[in-house]
Design a protein around this ligand. Structure first.
Ligand code: 6PG
Length: 251
């Protein structure tokens, strides 16, 4: 994997604008070269600004939503109308505002009888996106957030999901951060198979974890986010100044 690219933005609004421009370009390239855009959304409060921006006319018209397929990097094991639902948040902020066919929004089936079953069903659904040439799905753009504990998606420190390498999606008990509900999460192999992975990180609370990961401090591997390293793709960290505040001055 090549070195991660780090972009420091003045504040969350500027960060969302940069991420929106990157998403529009990723969509254009994917549709032009492969006929469709495979887009993995993240949960959390940081990406919500980006989703609202993508729903605004300027960006909405720049993405071919009829050729876009949306997936979720992780989901809370709750119904879509639960305030904790990542699908619910994405629907309100973006998906209900753009002309994406409903069949092209591949939500995690949180109506299944257990999070384990939901993960198995979603893993099968996600696996169907694997092109004939590859054994593993290769998403065009994966958005990720970073928890204060160094988690990403719902890959939490010390949890068994970190060791799952034979499935694209697995379930997880809650991490230490709220909401304390069971999760379904994409696993490292599929996240690291993506063409582009983008972290969206805002706030001083994350600055130390960001520093340890990006400066590869001893012990940083304890943070699941540190293990996001696209095998044949690019990794970009969009940080606001507060999240970047502990990084050494960059050349
Ligand atoms: C989730 C997210 C999770 C999130 C981080 C950061 O379902 O909660 O996928 O990984 O991205 O916790 O969340 P914030 O952007 O709200 O800080």
């Amino acid at each position: 994997m090549s070195e991660p690219r780090v972009e420091i933005c003045s504040e969350a609004g500027a960060l969302a604008l940069r991420a929106a421009a990157l998403a529009v370009e990723a969509a254009r390239e994917a549709v032009a070269h492969r006929g469709r855009f495979l887009f993995v959304l993240s949960g959390g409060s940081t990406p919500e600004k980006l989703y609202r921006l993508l729903a605004e006319p300027e960006h909405r018209s720049a993405i071919e939503w009829t050729k876009t397929f949306v997936f979720f990097g992780d989901e809370r094991f709750v119904p879509p109308d639960d305030p904790a639902s990542n699908l619910g948040m994405a629907q309100r902020a973006l998906l209900a505002q753009v002309p994406i066919p409903a069949a092209q929004v591949l939500a995690v089936p949180t109506g299944e009888k257990s999070s384990t079953t939901a993960a198995a069903v979603y893993s099968r659904d996600v696996g169907r996106q694997a092109p004939d040439s590859l054994p593993i799905p290769r998403f065009d753009l994966v958005l990720l957030g970073l928890g204060d504990d160094g988690h990403t998606a719902s890959l939490f420190p010390g949890k068994p999901a970190l060791k799952v390498h034979d499935r694209w999606v697995t379930s997880s008990p809650p991490g230490v951060l709220p909401p304390s509900v069971e999760r379904i999460t994409m696993t490292f192999p599929v996240l690291n198979a993506a063409r582009q992975v983008v972290f969206l990180v805002v706030g001083e609370k994350k600055a130390e974890v960001v520093r340890e990961i990006l400066e590869r401090s001893a012990g940083a591997e304890k943070y699941p986010a540190a293990r996001i390293a696209p095998v044949d793709g690019t990794l970009t960290w969009f940080l606001d100044q507060a999240a970047a505040s502990r990084l050494a001055p960059r050349r």
